[in-house]
Design a protein around this ligand. Structure first.
Ligand code: URA
Length: 239
């Protein structure tokens, strides 16, 4: 929610002072009702009309991408590598919610909603992320227990995690492990496995909160619908 005069000014319709004047003089309608009070709060879905002109508020957009390998999770890159933004057709200035490594694939949200972004990445809100890691070797019971209870990365203990070994392939001596965490430290999954002496060969994020990418091919994306956006906001208030 933002103050009406600020929204009118930010949309480039008038200066802040002029916007205040327009409001107090009764030139502004919000959702069909004339508003003369300064400081009235509006949100992006409110309809604002000034002297009969409908103002187009910045539309919030939300995408769920199945990130392919070989893309960087930022809006630009000094090394000129491809970024996840290149994959999405939109006129809005979007950015990724958190990061996936260059070689990591899977669920990544992109949006221009700064408020939701901050809520989703704030550690206190404990948004669950499910990763599938292909690692070398086989996890011992002790290693699984360590991963579940927390390992030290950069001298800080990780929070409790869920660990499920899905498959072991003898021929290649590799395992597929599902790891569910709600933190988002830098390279967290790779470092957690490193802490128990296993290298991550491949990493895929299957799920971010309740959003999974099972129906999206690598590089494909879809719009996150308004009901899901609401649910994402709700997820951040649960803890
Ligand atoms: N953990 C990692 O190590 N890399 C990622 O891309 C995401 C989580």
């Amino acid at each position: 929610m933002e103050r009406l005069q600020k929204v009118i000014a930010n949309l480039g319709y008038a200066s802040r002072r002029k916007a205040e004047e327009l409001i107090t003089k009764g030139h502004v309608q919000v959702n069909g009702v004339t508003v003369k009070e300064l400081g009235t709060k509006v949100n992006p879905s409110d309809q604002i009309i000034v002297d009969g002109n409908l103002l187009k508020q910045n539309q919030k957009v939300y995408f769920l991408l199945n990130k392919p390998r070989g893309y960087i999770s930022s809006t630009n890159d000094e090394k000129n590598r491809k970024t996840v933004i290149d994959l999405i057709k939109t006129k809005e200035r979007i950015y990724p919610v958190g990061r996936l490594d260059y070689d990591t694939t899977g669920a990544l949200i992109l949006t221009n909603d700064g408020e939701l972004t901050n809520l989703l990445i704030h550690p206190k809100n404990q948004i669950e992320k499910v990763y599938i890691a292909k690692i070398n070797g086989i996890l011992t019971k002790e290693e699984i227990s360590k991963l579940r209870n927390g390992v030290y990365i950069d001298k800080v203990k990780t929070a409790k995690a869920k660990v499920r070994v899905k498959k072991y392939t003898k021929k290649t001596n590799t395992s597929l492990v599902e790891l569910t965490i709600h933190e988002g430290k830098n390279h967290q999954v790779k470092k957690m496995f490193e802490a128990v002496n296993h290298e991550v060969i491949k990493l895929h994020r299957e799920k971010f909160a309740f959003l999974d990418v099972q129906n999206l091919k690598s590089g494909e994306y879809r719009i996150i619908n308004p009901k899901e956006v609401k649910k994402l906001y709700f997820e951040t208030t649960k803890k």
